[in-house]
Design a binder for this molecule. Sequence first.
Ligand code: ADP
Ligand code: TRP
Length: 352
Amino acid sequence: MKEIVLSGIRATGNLHLGNYYGALRNFVRMQDDPAYDNMFFVADLHALTTNPDPEQLHANVKNILAEYLAAGLDPEKSTIFIQSDVPEVSELYLLLNMHVGIGELMRTASFKDKARKALGIKSDSDDIEKEIIGTDSNKRVNAGLLTYPTLMAVDILIQKAHKVPVGKDQEQHLELTRRFARRFNSFYGVELFPEPQNFNFGANAVKVPGLDGSGKMGKSEGNCIYLIDDEKTLRKKVMRAVTDEGPKTPNQPVSQSVENIFTLMDLACAPDVVKHYRDAYADCSIRYGDMKKQLAEDLLKITLPIRERILDIQNDDAYLARAVKIGAERARERAAATLAEAREIMGIRKFY
Ligand code: ADP
Ligand code: TRP
C-alpha cells in the first residue's frame, strides 16, 4: 500500500518563490516517487474565510491550478482537484466540528492573527477573546475563520492522508489535525483516521526570505517574486532588493538583508557561483549590482519556462477542466468512503 500524500494551497493570489520552494517543488518531487499516492488541491473554501470578491476568487482558483500544472504537477500521476469539488468535505466538516473546542481554535496563532486584522487591532494582547465577544456588530470575526483548522483537518482526514508537505507555518494546524483524529478515534473506540505528519522531500524545510530585507517572502508582505512575473518585472524587483553599504573589513559578518540574497542564490544558482560571491564578500571585493544581476539571470532560467507554460495552460480551458474532473472523481471516491464510515460510526443512519 502506498502512503497517501495530500497538500493544498489557498486560492488567494498568484504563487511566489516562497510557495514554489516551500511547497510546490516538493509536490512535484513527491509525484515522481513511486512510494506515494499524491493528492494536491486548490483550497477555495479556505479562501472564503476572508470574503473575497467572487470573480477574483474564481480567477485565483484558475491561476493556482494553471500554476500547479505549469510547475510540473501531472493529472496522470497525481490527483489534482479543487476543494469545493468534493462536497463530502463540507459534510465531514460539520460532523467533526462537534468534537472541536472553540477554546482550542481561539488559541491558534493564525486565528489570533487574522481575528486581529479583521477587528483592526494592532496590539498583540492575548485578550483577543474579550475583543471578539465585546466587539460592535460592524466589525466581526466570521465563524469560518475560527473553524479554519477543522476544515483543514477534514481535507487531510477525509483522504486518510499520512504525509502532508507544508511549510513550517502550518505546523500548528497539523498538530490540531492529529489531536482531532485521536479524539475522534478514542471517543468512538475506532481507528478511522491515521495521524498525519508534516513532510519535506529530502532536505529541511526551506524558508524563502523577502526582497525587502525581511525574513519571509509572503503575499501580504508585498515582497514577492511571482512565477508569473515577466522578465522586466523580475529583473527590476531583484535589482531593487535591499542590501547594505557593503563590507568594509575582511570576513565581516553578513547583514540580514544580504544574507537573504545569498539564501535566494543558494536556491537558484550553481554552488560555485554562490561561492564566488561569498568569497568576494569575505575579501570586500563584492559588487552587489553584479551579484543581483547574476541572481536575476538564474532565477529567470527557472521562472520563465514556468511562466510560458502558465500562459499557455491558462488559455487551455479544456485541459484545465479535464485535469480537475478526473481529480475530483478520484478525490470524491475516497472522501465518500470515509464520510460513510464516519456517519455510521456517529450513528447517522438511514431508515430507507
Ligand atoms: P502566503 O504566506 O504568501 O500567504 P500561503 O500561506 O498561501 O502563502 O502558503 C502556501 C504554502 O507555501 C504553504 O505550504 C507555506 O508553508 C508555503 N510558503 C509560503 N511562503 C513561504 C516562504 N516564504 N518560504 C517557504 N514556504 C512558504
Ligand atoms: N492552511 C494551508 C495554508 O494556508 C492550506 C491548506 C488547507 C492545506 N487545507 C490543507 C494544506 C490541507 C495542507 C493540507 O497554506
